[in-house]
Ligand binder design. Sequence first.
Ligand code: PAF
Length: 272
Amino acid sequence: MKVLRSLAQWRDTRKALTGTVGFVPTMGALHAGHASLLQRSVAENDVTVASIYVNPTQFNDPDDLAAYPSLPAADLEMCDSLGVDHVLIPAREDMYPDDYRYRVEETELSRELCGAHRPGHFTGVLTVVMKLLNLVRPGRAYFGAKDFQQCLLIRRMTEAFFMDVEIVACETVREDDGLALSSRNALLTDDSRKLASRLNPLLRSPDSDRAVAEELERLGFAVDYIVSRFGRRLAAVSVPGRRGTVRLIDNVELGENGSVNRLGSVRSSASD
Ligand code: PAF
């Protein structure tokens, strides 16, 4: 496995690549959810490229950026053990030679749900994903369906800009109690980890979004939203963490009768 920290080095490497290229962009602190994306890419492509880049422009809160976990040695070990061919680890400043004067902005969905609570977040995500896709030029790029809104915005961006890449949304990987895996889970205290286990079962309850939100608040969650949309029930909540609060997002598929029945992957036809 090759680790590339300079974009010039990466561009030379990319020129020499042949066959199909799968790409898994990450912000590091890799867990079993990332492992499932990497495994799928390795199985479906001749070459797999992962990137590790904690993208500053998608953090609207500097404390959140400072607290974001970083485990570079373990990340590289995981990539190597799963058969990843190349890991791109750009320096923070190298991704923004323009000082972020050029941005990819979506003007509707990006301002709702998580975007309403994290102003500018999705502009940062779309901009860095566009940059990474331009650098890596993969045939397929893999994202976790836990970040449902992100998956939808990225897929729609690639369609809007006629980008020649397939966006593959992969099933959320969960702990035994249903908690969706997230790099942020490392920031939970023992008590908040216990509390967090209540989120997924409640999202699957047949009760209304409002009733679920009220029950979560009663249990001690701060609720940003519980909303049924795109055939799913989408949630963003916060619990106390080791350093400030920890924001957790999740979503479950809604059944045809409107009740929650089982988990599913992102549908490419998902629409309002
Ligand atoms: O989902 C993430 O880890 C990030 O938002 C991504 C897609 C790597 C962009 O920084």
